[in-house]
Design a protein around this ligand. Structure first.
Ligand SMILES: [Zn+2]
Length: 346
C-alpha cells in the first residue's frame, strides 16, 4: 500500500474509534470542576490543639500541600500561639474548632453563638486573615449549630463519612473519610488502604473529600497518625496514579472555589478573529471570594498551536492549550466578578 493511502486510512481511525463530538462555538466558556482542572478536591484537616501541629504541617510542606488546622481557640497557650502563627505564615489555614470544645448539642443558642462567633474573631485577630472554616466539636450538629455556622463561616466539617459530590452534601456538615474498623491501633497498611479507598471514591464522583486527623503520634488510631503514615499518604497524593486528578487544598480555599463555581455565570462578550472577551458574573463579596477559578474557553480552529494570552484587570494570567472533545480550549485562571477576561490570539 502506498504511504499516502496508508496515512489517509490512519487519519480515519480516530473517527471510527470515537463518536463524533459536536464542536462548540469559539468563545463558549465553562468553569472546571476544581482548580487546575482537577477532577476532585481533597482537604487535609487536623483537629484540636497539640504541639505536633508543626510536625504535621512540615510533612505537608514537603509535598507542597497546605492543610486546615482546627483550633480550640480558648485554650491556645503562648507556645501553641507561636506554632499557629507560624503555620498561618506558611499558608496553612486556621479554622475554628470552637472556644472550649464544649458539647454544643447541650448548649443554649446564646452559648453556640458565643463559641462560634468569638472563636472566629479571636483567630482573625491572631492571624489578620479571614477565618472561614469551622469544625464542630465531636462532630455535633443540630439546627442551631448549622444556622450559627452558616452565619459566621463558608463551610463546616462534620465527622460522618461522605464524598461531598456536587449537590449531595451540606456545606455545614461536610463528610469525611472512613476509618478501619474499631478504634485502633490500625496497621499502617490498613489505614493507608482505607484512606486510598476514600480518595478513589471522591475521585469517582468528582467530589470534595475532607480527611480528618488529630495529632501525630506513635501509632495509627482514631486520634493519632504516625509521621510515616501521613508522609506516605501525602506521597501517594502527590505522585500516585490519581495525583493529576486531585487538587489538595485547605477547606477554606476548596469552599471558596465550590461556592464561586456554583454561583458564577460565564458569558461571552465578544468574539473577533483574534480576540475573545468573557465575563464571569458573580455577586459574592470580593474580599472573601478571591480563589481563582480555572476556566475553559473554546478558541477558533485557525488560531496557532500556542497558548493564547489572557488578561484580566490589567494582569496577565497563565494559560495553556487543551482539547475538549473536538474543540481546542484555552485553559486559564481568572477571578469571578472582577471585570472582563480578554483572550488574545498568540
Ligand atoms: Zn475535637
Amino acid at each position: 500500500m502506498r504511504s499516502a493511502t496508508l496515512m489517509f486510512l490512519l487519519s480515519l481511525l480516530p473517527l471510527l474509534s470515537s463518536p463524533p463530538v459536536r464542536a462548540e462555538q469559539p468563545g463558549s466558556t465553562s468553569i472546571a470542576a476544581w482548580r487546575g482542572d482537577a477532577r476532585c478536591a481533597l482537604s487535609l484537616t487536623f483537629d484540636d490543639n497539640h504541639p505536633s501541629r508543626g510536625e504535621a504541617a512540615a510533612i505537608l510542606d514537603g509535598f507542597g500541600f497546605t492543610g486546615t488546622f482546627f483550633v480550640i481557640v480558648g485554650s491556645v497557650d503562648a507556645r501553641m500561639e507561636r506554632i499557629y502563627e507560624d503555620l498561618a505564615m506558611r499558608g496553612h489555614e486556621l479554622g475554628s474548632h470552637s472556644l472550649s470544645h464544649a458539647h454544643l448539642l447541650q448548649a443554649s443558642s446564646e452559648q453556640v453563638e458565643y463559641e462560634l462567633g468569638l472563636s472566629k474573631a479571636r483567630l482573625e485577630e491572631m492571624t489578620g486573615l479571614a477565618c472561614v472554616s469551622f469544625a464542630s466539636p465531636y462532630g455535633e450538629v443540630n439546627a442551631v449549630i448549622l444556622e450559627t455556622a452558616a452565619r459566621h463561616y463558608l463551610s463546616a466539617r462534620g465527622t460522618t463519612g461522605g464524598t461531598n459530590a456536587d449537590g449531595t452534601f451540606d456545606m455545614y456538615n461536610l463528610g469525611i473519610n472512613i476509618f478501619p474498623p474499631g478504634i485502633g491501633p490500625y496497621s499502617e497498611a490498613d489505614y493507608l488502604s482505607v484512606l486510598r479507598q476514600y480518595v478513589e471514591y471522591v475521585d469517582s464522583v468528582g467530589g470534595w473529600g475532607t480527611e480528618m486527623f488529630h495529632n501525630i503520634g506513635p501509632e495509627n488510631n482514631l486520634i493519632t497518625v504516625t509521621a510515616h503514615t501521613l508522609s506516605t499518604h501525602c506521597e501517594e497524593l502527590a505522585s500516585g496514579a490519581l495525583s493529576d486528578s486531585i487538587w489538595v487544598a485547605p477547606q477554606g480555599r476548596a469552599a471558596r472555589y465550590y461556592l464561586e463555581r456554583m454561583n458564577t455565570e460565564a458569558e461571552t462578550d465578544l468574539v473577533t478573529s483574534d480576540t475573545i472577551v468573557v465575563r464571569l458574573n458573580f455577586d459574592g463579596d470580593r474580599r472573601v471570594f478571591d480563589e481563582p477559578l480555572t476556566v475553559k474557553t473554546v478558541i477558533a480552529v485557525d488560531w496557532p498551536q500556542a497558548a493564547p494570552e489572557v488578561f484580566q484587570d490589567g494582569k496577565e494570567y497563565s494559560c495553556r492549550l487543551d482539547m475538549a472533545g473536538a474543540d481546542r480550549v484555552a485553559v486559564y485562571e481568572a477571578l469571578p466578578g472582577r471585570g472582563p477576561v480578554t483572550i488574545r490570539r498568540p
